[in-house]
Every structure is written in structure tokens, then in C-alpha cells.
Design a protein around this ligand. Sequence first.
Ligand SMILES: [Zn+2]
Length: 313
Amino acid sequence: MITRRKAVASTCAALLPGVVLHPGRAYGQEAAVKAIATFSILADFVRNVGGDRVDVAALVGPNGNAHVYAPSPSDARKVAGAKVVFVNGLGFEGWLDRLVKASASTAPVIVATKGIKPIERGGDHDQGHEPEPEHDHGRADPHAWQSVANAKIYVANIRDALASLDPAGKAVYEASADTYLAKLDALDREVRDVIARIPADRRRVITSHNAFGYFQSAYGIEFTAPQGVSTESEASAKDVAAIITQIRRDKAAAVFLENVTDPRLMRQIASETGAKVGGVLYSDALTDRSGDAPTYIALIRHNLKQLAAALIS
Ligand SMILES: [Zn+2]
């Protein structure tokens, strides 16, 4: 979350990426596979499949923004020590190739979205992400994990990659993946059940940072991000006026804003449009352990709860 970056600097110190507790492994016992995942959501998938056999560290940790990430020399060392590097692909990690080169790593780079049908970025799809040409490698929308069906493809790709790198663990990876895939099936049903309870004419919301194209196409909630609103700064009066115009035009039922932190602005938007002001939707990163979304499943549930609270009256 871009807007949470400042607050994050302090909370991240408590949960350094790469420090992972393995209660199931005896003290001093090495993991079979040292893995790197480029961001926290992907690391969670790897952890669920790899269990105790895999030590996974995320390069972009909780609450971090992978779009604008600047890798450090310690990241190059981490990559150099890894047996496998898991990436999202679809242009999400524009900084990765240079990092892998700098690390002189020969580890395989596994694209976890392989086999997912990409959707195109809409005109306003990437609103709120800094316009860095470097990370924009194409027209594909990288946020594929926002559909739970796609998350299952990530998990299958991770399972197959780990089994081929560490054949002795194949049965373990397959069993863990089966367990986790069943949880994702249940999660997908849960999302569909909740959204079925939202009246069709209320399935329309405004976000400032629109990373929910796959969620929209899988579950039928329409997300719009107004032009001119950046998550980098406080919304200006002009931004707020644009949001209000758009809410009226689109008859959006709720507004999820990350950058309008001033409660007076929220009240103004709500009272001028009749739209509800929802909470924060998490898109590109997990929270730390003490937050609302320390795992992928918790992230989807959190977002679902926010949507239901705002849209089911
Ligand atoms: Zn994003």
C-alpha cells in the first residue's frame, strides 16, 4: 500500500523479511530448499506449499510496493543464496532482471502466473501506481492473484517447480498443495456466496488504487478509479470534486479511498453523494502479523468483509 509506506517503516522492523519461524523443524535442521519470492503474497503461497522443507524470503515485504521497489545489495545476496526465485511476471517486477544479473545467480526463475490468461489493463486500471515506464512491460494487468481461481494456478506452478527441484520432497509438496488448494476452493465459494448477497445494482465501487481487475472479472464487482487521484499525496479539492462527479455518474454505492485520510473529506464525499465510505482494500501486499491481512486467505476475507459491510445494507 503506497499510502501506508511511512507507517510501514517502523512496523517492518518487527518482522524482517526472511526471518521465518519453522516450529515443525528441529533446531539447526536446514531446509531442503532456500527460495526467494518477489513479494509477500507470493511468499505466502510458497510457504503453504513448501512447509518446513522450504525457507522462503520475500524481497518486497509486508505493506511494500513491488511496482516501485528498489532492490538493495542485501537483496542481491539473498538471490545469490537461493536455489529458486519465484516471480509474478506479467510485468509486475520490472526491477527483477537487473537484480538477478547483479546477483550472478543461476537459480531458475519460476513465473508463478504461467498458464493464467492475462487481462488487459483498463484505461484507468493502474491508477495510483507511479507512472514508471520501467515497470510497465506490457499491456497485461499483473494483479492476477486477486482472483482465487488464479491463486490456485500460482500454487500448482509452485508445487511443480518445488517437486522438480527437490524430488525427495515431491509427496510432501503434493500433499501440502492439495490441502491448501482445498482451502482456496472453499475461499472462492465464500467470495461467491457473499457477493451473491449484494444487490446487483450496488456492485459498483470506487477505489483510488485500482488493482482489482481480476477480482472484477471473476466475481462481478465493478471497480473504478477516478482520474487524477494519486495515492502519493493528499487528495486535492479538485480530486475530491472529480470523485464526487464520478460517484454520481456511475451511481457507485461505496468509495474505498486510501489517500483521503482527512475524515472531513470522507464525510464531505459521503454526504454529497450518499455513497458509503468503506475501509481499506488490500491489493498488492500482505500486512505484517499484527495487521488485518497477514496471509493471502486473510487478505481476500478482509476485502470481502469491507465490500459486504459497505454494499449490503
Ligand atoms: Zn498494484
